[in-house]
Design a protein around this ligand. Structure first.
Ligand code: MV4
Length: 508
């Protein structure tokens, strides 16, 4: 087993990886930017090394510098987490070449799955269902012919894309030329590759993804699926496992398709196969994510398998001591991603100092946090503060647990996504498990500063005063209201309406 792992990341995932390493008796080296000197991921590590100024491209994205640190500090392995360098195949290759074990899939698998056309073609050839459309990058004339053949509406996608970047829905032939031009220029600017292809547009679909775990000895396992349809502009807000309402047959076929995908590319380590699940029950391969994902804890909760520990063991060459038939689904888990963003102002980043940060505790709860009280939240990095996971025997019980835990999550100093999540958990569409990938964007009522229901104002004032005067701390939950106390303002969310009161207005 490894003696020291360099964690090439920050925030909650760096803390999560350090915990897994320590559980295996492995020392942890952190890297940090100038802005992260006092960060939680530095405090939980056994040693920490500065990798550059605050902007990610000058610190966490500096492949050469991070590799130098790994070698200099005597690390024998590197875990990239998610984002940053995690899907950089050249970096994975350099690590391996310099004798630092890469805790992730082989570099050639990352490279192949990073090219979305190549990934699609590999899956099509392996017999995994893909969305009807082209399996090659196309010229404008070819794209136009392909769109006619497929039939409108279509989706134009960037070959170098992923996560929805460089993607355009096109309703009619007349709109295709402009969409191609925009997709190409966006893709060229973002990935330095203006290649595009065309697929049938699937409407009203859910996002369902299957967790994979494979070792270097040919053992490939699937750990069932997650539903991540509750998202906004490709930012996931709530994820759950298993996907609600799937028949056992469909679950079985999704898992089998994910295993086929993994075997076709020689997958090793933890990974995820994303599918679109159409309203007619058909599912289609979208992408393979060659990294640990943010939402992995919901799968850990329902399978009892520690995915990050497993990644480390597999990277050290250990065989997985599990068989597929040993992996059982038990209960239901739901995760809320707590972002420092203002849901009332179109999820604008909300930086600041966390004067209060008190996550809930209790049976069936897990909190993976990257911050603590006193932490400074800057605009330099992703706004994810923590993940709150509720687990119970049934979906309804897990929902109730998550709702109560969100109500008791005390945060002051920044605005958070919590009021949005409390609203979402109350929606009939969510409770009946029929959220599709467009639901949040269609339905979150006050994405801008929409009109408030004035009849709720007295209740909001009362809730705000109770929070200020009460012993419940700066955040008070109840069946109707979620209150966040900030230095100068108190926010109250009732029924999707967010009221903000300057503190002096609340004085009796
Ligand atoms: C699609 C689609 C509809 N039809 N492809 C978005 C991210 C990338 N992985 C692929 N994505 C989509 N591809 C076709 N042919 C809809 C999406 C999509 C989406 C997919 C998963 C989760 C959220 C999404 C939000 C908007 C669009």
């Amino acid at each position: 087993m490894f003696r020291k792992i360099l964690v090439a990341n920050r925030g909650e995932i760096a803390v999560r990886i350090a915990r897994a390493a320590h559980a295996l008796g492995i020392r942890v080296a952190a890297v940090h930017s100038e802005a992260d000197r006092g960060a939680l991921h530095v405090r939980v590590a056994d040693e920490a090394h500065l990798c550059g100024p605050a902007p990610a491209r000058d610190s966490y994205l500096r492949a050469e510098r991070i590799l130098e640190i790994a070698k200099a500090c005597g690390a024998d392995a590197l875990h990239p987490g998610y984002g940053f360098l995690s899907e950089n195949s050249d970096f994975a290759e350099q690590c391996a070449a310099q004798g630092i074990a890469w805790i992730g899939p082989p570099a050639d698998v990352i490279r192949r799955m990073g090219d979305k056309v190549l990934a699609r073609r590999s899956m099509h050839e392996a017999g995994v269902p893909v969305v009807p459309g082209a399996t090659e990058r196309l010229t404008d004339a070819e794209a136009s012919a392909a769109a006619q053949r497929i039939g409108f509406p279509v989706m134009v996608k960037a070959t170098g894309g992923g996560g929805g970047r460089g993607m355009r829905a096109v309703q009619t032939a007349g709109d295709l030329g402009a969409a191609l031009a925009r997709a190409r220029s966006e893709a060229g600017a973002s990935f330095g590759d203006d290649g595009v292809y065309v697929e049938k547009l699937i409407l009203g679909a859910r996002h369902v993804e299957v967790q994979l775990l494979a070792d270097a000895h040919g053992k490939v396992l699937q750990l069932f699926e997650r539903d991540c349809s509750a998202q906004r502009r490709h930012q996931k807000l709530i994820e759950e496992a298993p996907a609600p309402g799937l028949s056992p047959g469909l679950r079985e076929r999704l898992g089998a398709a994910a295993l086929t995908a993994a075997r076709a590319v020689g997958y090793v380590s933890a990974g995820t196969v994303e599918f679109l699940l159409a309203p007619d029950g058909q599912f289609y391969f979208l992408e393979m994510n060659t990294r640990i994902q943010v939402e992995h804890p919901v799968t850990e909760a329902v399978t009892g398998i520690d995915l990050v520990q497993a990644m480390i063991r597999v990277a050290a060459g250990e065989p997985l001591g599990l068989r597929q038939q040993d992996i059982e689904l038990r209960g239901h888990a739901i995760e809320a991603r707590i972002y420092a963003e203002d849901p009332k102002q179109s999820f604008l980043p909300s930086p600041g100092r966390l004067s209060v940060f008190r996550p809930p505790t209790g049976p069936g709860l897990r909190v993976d946090a990257g911050v603590e009280a006193g932490s400074e939240v800057t605009v330099h990095y992703d706004a994810l503060l923590a993940k709150l996971v509720a687990f119970a025997e049934t979906r309804d019980a897990a929902l109730a647990r998550l709702d109560a835990a969100l109500a008791g999550f005390a945060v002051a100093g920044v605005r958070t996504s919590i009021p949005f999540q409390r609203w979402l958990l109350r929606q009939d569409v969510f409770r009946s498990a029929s959220v599709d990938i467009g639901f949040v964007e269609r339905s979150w009522p006050k994405g801008g500063a929409g009109p408030l229901d004035p009849s709720l104002r007295p209740l909001a004032v009362a809730a705000a005063r109770a929070a200020l005067g009460g012993s419940c701390g700066p955040m008070l939950g109840g069946p109707e209201a979620a209150v966040t106390v900030r230095p100068k303002v108190v926010d109250v969310l009732i029924d999707g309406d967010l009221f903000s009161f300057p503190r002096e207005e609340l004085l009796p």
